[in-house]
Design a protein around this ligand. Structure first.
Ligand code: GLY
Length: 312
């Protein structure tokens, strides 16, 4: 029996400033429209999450694709993952510097390769072999991010290289990673997450987003999940799989999403957000950051929000 499709996207969980709220709302709405359009045309959940992610990678508002945070060397270095809940096939890229849409390469890995991951030049070579155009890294760098990195590095040297000085963390670091989860008419779920990682990261640093079970996971028997936030605590807790396992054990995604954020905070003082969806179309959206951008589309409703902490 055909299932009613559902799509949920997020555009990052952090202290989104008032003057960036509109851009985030537009960005997640556009992403949801693209993913939903794909589902309406009969596309799979995988197609839907890929199309939603591409829209946010192309939108400079977000820390994904062009306009991402710069690493310590002033370069954009991107990670992405996509996973099919029907087959458990996954595709991921890490530390790529010449792909406008890393999720496109991740999807090619999922569909064309016996492997799950390719990183750096190997990932770019794989993408090129499958017809994905490479770009120059400079094409992914925007003036806003050059200035943000300059300010961060100036602060860093003022605070005696104390990278964890609270004022720097609070004022300058954000987590704009993007993600999508979908349920299609065949009853299959999928998830994808894409990111430029953290500001001023060391070259070669890989975040949680592209790590299976950490920033992204999908299994028809449990749930599809995408996380956002400071990657190191999320990966230590393998948070996306942690959440999916609880759904498989019978808990509702709405409750599990909130519990995942409590767990992240209590165990490692971590901050972030999660979207979670099961194969029955039940979903959860939660974050423990001041704000999170998200959008939701079902047969009955279309919603988008920049929620404040505790309101989802
Ligand atoms: N969650 C994105 C990152 O830490 O890389």
């Amino acid at each position: 029996m055909p299932t009613n499709p559902v799509l949920v996207v997020h555009g990052g969980a952090w202290a989104i400033p008032d003057d960036m709220v509109e851009a985030h709302l537009n960005g997640v709405r556009n992403a949801a429209a693209a993913g939903w359009g794909s589902l309406e045309r009969g596309g799979s959940a995988l197609d839907a999450v890929e199309e939603a992610i591409v829209v946010m990678e192309d939108d400079e508002t977000f820390d994904a694709g062009r306009g991402s945070f710069l690493n310590r060397d002033g370069k954009v270095q991107l990670d992405a993952f996509i996973m099919d809940g029907a087959t458990l096939r996954g595709g991921g890229v890490g530390c790529v510097e010449r792909l406008r849409n890393p999720v496109r390469a991740a999807r090619k890995i999922l569909s064309e390769s016996p492997h799950v991951y390719f990183v750096a030049e190997g990932a770019e070579r794989f993408a090129a072999e499958y017809g994905i155009a490479l770009c120059r890294n400079e094409e992914l760098v925007i003036p806003r991010e050059i200035e943000r990195l300059r300010e961060y590095q100036a602060q860093e040297s003022k605070s005696g290289n104390d990278l964890f000085a609270p004022q720097i963390l609070n004022d300058m670091l954000s987590h704009d990673t993007v993600g999508a989860v979908a349920l299609d008419r065949q009853g299959n779920i999928a998830a994808s997450t894409s990111t430029g990682g953290t500001l001023n990261k060391a070259p070669g640093r890989l975040g949680d987003s592209s790590l299976i079970g950490c920033g992204c996971y999908a299994d028809n028997l449990s749930a599809a999940a995408s996380t956002t936030g400071w990657g190191e605590p999320i990966m230590k807790l393998v948070l996306a799989k942690w959440a999916a396992d609880r759904v498989e054990s019978g808990s509702l995604p709405e409750w599990v999403a909130k519990e995942a954020m409590n767990y992240l905070k209590q165990r490692l003082d971590g901050h972030g957000g999660i979207i979670l969806l099961d194969a029955q179309g039940r979903f959860g959206i939660a974050h423990n950051t001041p704000r999170m951008a998200w959008a939701l589309q079902t047969m009955k409703k279309q919603e988008a929000g920049i929620t404040a902490k505790g309101s989802t």
